[in-house]
Ligand binder design. Structure first.
Ligand SMILES: Nc1ncnc2c1ncn2[C@@H]1O[C@H](COP(=O)(O)OP(=O)(O)OP(=O)(O)O)[C@@H](O)[C@H]1O
Ligand SMILES: [Mg+2]
Length: 248
């Protein structure tokens, strides 16, 4: 029998008052896969992510995680948004240890050390969040929710507020961080390049109410990173997706 998708949405429809925001969205994400969701400003991307997280209920349709209905939020499917915050009074190390400790892991040492290392922040472990740069804080916010090893990760334009160079470094960092994990990731972005650099598949949404316009498989050899940006296949794919976006 096939494994159930790590996350699946079927016929998800949602309105706020009379304004329909999501219209019959179907999607599925497998363990270890990054699904990039690309859509125009205001089309309903964050709403979709909140529905997938269980923070909001769809009017119609169904969301399942690992085969079980999603009806409420859970640390099993954390959502990280732009400018996500850490606990300001805790050191970086204690911020990362917070989740495992809350679930009864008194020490949480090994996973925190591994995440600090993977995040390049070992030397900053004893600093408070306000002593970190914006890029460091954003990496730490993603590392914090990964400390409990969630099967799903929901990212809402996590690098939107960063300058282009920091953003590329962060994208490379995230690719590396997710590469050896079984986490199923949904990455919402309005940036075509980001969607193609990080996504294994790209789901394109229409203007509001958001419908799935098409799905593109992004077949680019790992490891992906800055060199991918000049790979002729990446360049061609980007041009083709951009043309579709501009025609829409
Ligand atoms: N809680 C809410 N109550 C009422 N309307 C809402 C609510 N949340 C979102 N909306 C409306 O739903 C529509 C979609 O919003 P949403 O934030 O999901 O879009 P988005 O694609 O994430 O936008 P952006 O690209 O700006 O991030 C907008 O018209 C917004 O005003
Ligand atoms: Mg949004």
């Amino acid at each position: 029998m096939n494994q159930p998708a790590a996350l699946a949405a079927t016929g998800v429809t949602k309105a706020y008052g009379r304004q329909e925001v999501l219209s019959g969205i179907d999607l599925a994400v497998a363990a270890g896969e990054v699904l990039a969701v690309l859509g125009p400003s205001g089309c309903g991307k964050s709403t979709l992510l909140r529905v997938l997280a269980g923070l909001e209920r769809p009017d119609q349709g169904r969301v399942e995680a690992g085969g079980a209905a999603v009806t409420r939020p859970s640390p099993e499917r954390p959502m990280v948004v732009q400018g996500s915050t850490l606990f300001p009074w805790l050191s970086l190390r204690d911020n990362l240890a917070w989740g495992p400790r809350a679930l009864g892991d008194r020490k949480a040492g090994a996973i925190v050390d591994e995440l600090l290392e993977a995040t390049g922040l070992t030397g900053s472990a004893d600093l408070l969040p306000r002593q970190l740069s914006g890029g460091m804080r954003q990496r730490a916010a993603i590392a914090q929710v990964l400390a409990n090893g969630p099967p799903l990760l929901l990212l809402d334009e996590p690098f939107g507020a960063l300058d282009a160079q920091t953003r590329l470094r962060m994208q490379e960092w995230l690719i590396g961080l997710l590469a050896d994990r079984a986490t199923a990731t949904v990455l919402v972005t309005h940036d075509v390049e980001e969607a193609l650099l990080l996504g294994h598949r790209l789901l394109r949404l229409s203007h509001r109410p958001a419908r799935v316009v098409d799905e593109v498989r992004v077949d680019l050899a790992p490891p992906r990173g800055r060199a991918t940006l000049t790979d002729p296949r990446f360049v061609a794919l980007k041009a083709s997706v951009l043309a579709q976006v501009l025609d829409a």
